[in-house]
Design a protein around this ligand. Structure first.
Ligand SMILES: Nc1ncnc2c1ncn2[C@@H]1O[C@H](COP(=O)(O)OP(=O)(O)OP(=O)(O)O)[C@@H](O)[C@H]1O
Length: 480
């Protein structure tokens, strides 16, 4: 019938050109009069001038005050006033350099960076990076709300175009970092359509960090093991979790393990914490043997040690059942940290299949049941692929040191970590100990560097501190 639409016609997409179409409807192109263009430019200039006092209130107030004084009293008074202000600033800078830097230096730097780096290059960088949106032939750009500077980074607060998401920025962090000449870029979401792009001005982790001071009180939920990119301490939680440290050979896995052990020294000495170490390479942990309650360096010994840990963990769980739901470290029930260097030796490379199977079972049991009864597995691994370590998902916390391939980043830190800027595969080999981690409560990866615990530091640690558990073993040995 003439009024019923034909099925074939309904399937034609509205955007598909139809060659035989008789009429084509398009918006007419009207030449814009020059007067309109000039008026628009003038309006934009006016908005800029009116907005300046809001953007730079102090600078504008000073300028206005200078003009007023000039008008009322003449230029000599202005020159004298400015000389006095300069002297005042000089005294401030010399006497209180940090407050001067915070209140004057960094604000001036932020104004300069806003204008020179970001405002000037915003449009080309965002358009080329694919972050400009087009609607009805008009281009919409996210807007810079504010630029602030800290000692090490610029923070550019951005208002997103409606309909876009922070993920669009997170997926373009590499383009943004290169576009604005920064070593990296991190996106922090503040609220709806409100994000901050953080651009470091230089690499704050370029110089090695010496072994940190041994803390007086041990906080097993926040052991100081290095520094974060913003200069604040990098703290590692061990109590109530398990940690997998992944990195190619020479990436500095040892420095993470040793920094964690160093941060627990007082607790090792008073017996509330024990380290049980598995060291198949015999190069990494053997150096500080006297600090460990148990130590194994062969496949069979390592499996026996892991199975002992499982038995002790199950015994503890049986005692706790129905009485308590969490563990508090005491000398009777110490917090046990199983430090497993090169864990793939046990799970994938050991020639004996039975050893591999038993080791894998024991590690799986410890990681799945040990958290609440005071057992933690801190393992180091070179290759994160499933064939080598299929237990990696049982480790809630992971640390990605330098990796071989881009695809390994998400394997270690979880999906989307590389898109959010965790370029662990691009870490400079000259920067061992540099890593990406995900801190609690935030999906954003953070760049960190572990402190380097040298052989001399380990010597000093073993000379000054001994594990209470090891002392006990010696005493038993002497008595026997
Ligand atoms: N945090 C660090 N800061 C500075 N230098 C470091 C750091 N960690 C390691 N290094 C340097 O890198 C070298 C290799 O480190 P390390 O042996 O810890 O790497 P690894 O990942 O454990 O390697 P492998 O898997 O071969 O044992 C060290 O000898 C040391 O010189």
């Amino acid at each position: 019938m003439w009024w019923s639409p034909r099925p074939a016609a309904q399937q034609v997409s509205v955007t598909t050109p139809v060659p035989a179409q008789a009429f084509r409807f398009a918006a007419p192109v009207l030449p814009t009069p020059v007067a309109l263009i000039v008026a628009r430019w003038l309006a934009r200039a006016l908005v800029l001038v009116v907005g300046l006092p809001f953007r730079f209130p102090i600078a504008c107030a000073l300028l206005a005050a200078s003009l007023a004084v000039w008008h009322l009293f003449g230029w000599v008074v202005v020159a004298v006033a400015w000389s006095l202000v300069d002297v005042g600033l000089l005294v401030w800078w010399r006497r209180w350099p940090s407050s001067f830097r915070r209140w004057v230096g960094l604000r001036m730097l932020a104004a300069w960076r806003w204008w020179w780096v970001y405002a000037r290059q915003w449009q080309p960088v965002l358009v080329v990076a694919g972050l400009a949106e087009t609607y009805q032939e008009r281009q919409y750009l996210p807007r810079i709300r504010r630029v602030t500077c800290s000692e090490w980074a610029d923070r550019v607060r951005v208002r997103l175009v409606a309909g876009t998401t922070p993920a669009d920025f997170e997926n373009r962090v590499v383009e943004l970092a290169h576009g604005f000449g920064a070593p990296s870029c991190r996106v922090v979401v503040l609220g709806p359509r409100d994000i901050v792009c953080e651009f470091p001005r230089w690499d704050t982790l370029a110089t090695p960090i010496d072994a940190l001071d041994v803390p007086e009180a041990v906080d097993l939920g926040a052991l100081p093991v290095g520094l974060q990119e913003d200069g604040t301490p990098w703290r590692l939680r061990l109590h109530g979790t398990h940690v997998l440290v992944v990195g190619v050979t020479g990436s500095g896995k040892g420095s993470v393990l040793w920094s964690a052990i160093r941060a627990m020294l007082p607790a090792l000495e008073d017996g509330t914490v024990q380290v049980w170490a598995v060291d198949p390479k015999r190069m990494e942990l053997s150096y500080g043997r006297s600090l460990f309650a148990r130590y194994a360096d062969t496949g069979e010994a390592a499996v026996a040690l892991l199975e002992d840990a499982v038995a002790e963990m199950q015994n503890r769980a049986e005692r706790y059942a129905g009485h308590r739901r969490s563990h508090t470290p005491t000398t009777e029930d110490p917090f046990v940290v199983m430090v497993l260097d090169e864990v793939a030796f046990l799970t994938a490379y050991h020639p004996d299949r039975d050893v591999r199977r038993r080791a894998e079972n024991a590690i799986a049991t410890l990681t799945s049941q040990g958290r609440s009864v005071g057992f933690c597995v801190l393992a180091a691994l070179q290759d994160p692929r499933k064939e080598v370590m299929n237990l990696r998902n049982l480790f809630p916390d992971k640390i990605a040191l330098r990796l071989d391939e881009a695809a390994q980043v998400d394997m270690v830190l979880g999906e989307g970590a590389r898109d959010r800027g965790a370029n662990a595969h691009l870490i400079d080999p000259a920067l061992p100990g540099v890593a990406f981690v995900r801190l609690e409560g935030s999906p954003m990866p953070v760049r960190v560097r572990a402190a380097y615990v040298s052989d001399a530091d380990i010597d000093a640690m073993t000379a000054d501190h001994t594990s209470a558990a090891t002392v006990e073993l010696h005493v038993v040995g002497e008595a026997a």
